[in-house]
Design a binder for this molecule. Structure first.
Ligand code: FAD
Ligand code: NAP
Length: 460
């Protein structure tokens, strides 16, 4: 380390306790073993999309959070839940207390389609629906009109599949999971009969993964449907498939199996429809239908894209979900790439604008760094790249010298009357939710109200 200082002096802040933030914390401890890391999280509960994104019927995936809990058990790591950076504490205040920070705020907004009718009642973002069934405090009040019988979901990724699975399957399959109680009760009353997944490109370009599409073959009381014509590939896609990854080939095999399985007379149908794009959501006040255009695959700059033909179609639906990707949001005082919805950066080190100059104290990791794609594990390598850059700068003195006079963060939190949640507090909440779940035959009974979480922590 640089002359005169040991890594003992180094204090780092991480904004966001999702996978990216937690992998970054872990990488910092391993790279600069004597440093101290504080993780700030805007909600009382940690772990980001592991808690509020992963589908309840995949709740075992949430076990990834156990490794992050071990990171919090390290004496050198602090947790400050219920503290929103940019609102409760400004970036400038954070800079006064830390030598450098890793911004790992994720991306929790919906990308919009930008077509007529998108504001009608009955059009929802996947982000809100996912938040609702997962008991996210900001989305628990949302109302989804589940008296609708026919639903379209725009997008052919894993989130679209999650939403379709939750809408189609027998809610009793979800009863033992940690699904939010309000969602379970609403799904029990649901009238949904048919769900249409709408992909603008062909099956070779679908962005779901084999494990996720394979589940559709075995959903009780649900027939997944793929039309034979959708599996007849254009010349470009045939060529791509011949050299494609194992996952793409498996996807095609599974889609063929779904087609071969056919209609088994189950009460609910889940249609996977390819090469169509919505052009208008029809209705006067609420959704009455979808106008679509048939696409063909064209090659542009080496990439296979969807190009609209003049074949127009109509689909009778009474509810529409957008599931075309998440979008990051800006924090006041930080440079932002509005087009990509990310923080401009070079290998995780922030730039002062798109194509701008390197900043010294600010780093980034995860979805807000690279955009909203990749599974939980993808964020590990991504965070390691960021921390390697931070360490390199640290050792070559490009990061400002450690703060010799350390401001006390607790003083600041007290002065601002912020009721922060420590990791010990979270453990109490975690234990309570699991116990409540066990009493009700569920893996966990989530507390979905912000204030109820804070009151429970205080009372225990
Ligand atoms: P996030 O997980 O979103 O974490 C960001 C954190 O930052 C959040 O806790 C947020 O509250 C916090 N934050 C935001 N702003 C502030 C602020 N101003 N101050 C303080 N804190 C802030 N991957 C899998 O491997 N398996 C799955 O089954 C799976 N299911 C998924 C389901 C859905 C619906 C989605 C959207 C994604 C899923 N993924 C899954 C992908 C995985 O969740 C992501 O790769 C991962 O969560 C991204 O990590 P992140 O840390 O960048 O973002
Ligand atoms: P995604 O994988 O990027 O899928 C987005 C889908 O929306 C694609 O099919 C895309 O089609 C389509 N799309 C984009 N813009 C469109 C438009 N204007 N009109 C019509 N369609 C449009 O995103 P995601 O489903 O939100 O998932 C995000 C990440 O989380 C992914 O990496 C995913 O694997 C991960 N995840 C994993 C799991 C799991 O492991 N079980 C579960 C959920 C999410 P094009 O391909 O043509 O652009």
């Amino acid at each position: 380390y640089r002359l005169g200082y040991t890594a003992m002096s180094a204090k780092f802040a991480i904004v966001g306790s999702g996978p990216a933030g937690m992998y970054a914390a872990d990488a910092l401890l391993k790279s600069l073993p004597d440093c101290h890391v504080d993780v700030f999280e805007k909600y009382p509960a940690p772990y980001g999309l592991i808690r509020y994104g992963v589908a309840p019927d995949h709740y075992k995936t949430r076990n990834t959070s156990r490794q992050f809990a071990r990171t919090f058990d390290e004496a050198a790591v602090g947790y400050y839940g219920n503290v929103e950076i940019g609102k409760d504490i400004s970036l400038d205040e954070l800079k006064e207390h830390y030598d450098a920070g890793v911004l790992a705020m994720g991306a929790y907004n919906d990308r919009k389609l930008g077509i007529e009718g998108e504001d009608l009642d009955g059009v929802y973002g996947a982000c809100a629906f996912v938040g609702w069934y997962n008991g996210h405090p900001d989305y628990r009040h949302h109302q989804f009109d589940l008296t609708s019988k026919r639903v379209a979901i725009i997008g052919m990724g894993n989130v679209a599949i999650d939403c379709a699975r939750i809408l189609c399957q027998d809610p009793e399959n979800l009863a033992k999971t940690d699904i939010a109680q309000h969602a379970l009760e609403a799904l029990r009353q649901s009238k949904v009969e048919e769900v249409f997944l709408i992909g603008r490109r062909g099956p070779v370009q679908a962005s779901f993964t084999p494990a996720e599409v394979r589940e559709l073959l075995h959903l009780p009381k649900v027939d997944a449907v793929v039309r034979a014509s959708d599996l007849e590939l254009d010349e470009h896609s045939k060529e791509v498939l011949s050299k494609a990854s194992r996952n793409t080939k498996l996807n095609m095999e599974i889609l063929q199996q779904i087609h071969d399985q056919g209609d088994r007379g189950n009460p609910r149908k889940l249609h996977l429809c390819f090469l169509i794009s919505p052009t208008k959501i029809e209705g006067s006040e609420r959704v009455e239908g979808l106008e679509l255009v048939h696409n063909e695959i064209v090659k542009e700059g080496g990439v296979l894209k969807a190009k609209a033909t003049d074949e127009v179609m109509h689909l009778n639906v009474d509810m529409v979900f957008r599931s075309i990707g998440y979008l990051g949001a800006a924090i006041p005082g930080l440079p932002f790439d509005d087009r990509r919805g990310t923080l401009p950066n070079d290998q995780g080190q922030l730039l002062d604008g798109v194509d701008g100059k390197l900043l010294n104290q600010e780093y980034t990791a995860g979805w807000i760094k690279r955009g909203p794609s990749g599974v939980i594990g993808t964020n590990k390598q991504d965070a390691i790249e960021t921390v390697s850059r931070l360490k390199q700068n640290w050792q070559t003195s490009q990061t400002p010298q450690p703060k010799l006079v350390q401001h006390d963060l607790l003083d600041l939190l007290k002065e601002k009357k912020i009721q922060f949640v420590s990791f010990e507090d979270w453990k109490k909440l975690d234990k309570f939710e699991i116990e409540q779940g066990q009493q009700n035959g569920k893996s966990r009974q989530k507390i979905c109200k912000f204030q109820e979480m804070l009151d429970l922590i205080q009372s225990t």
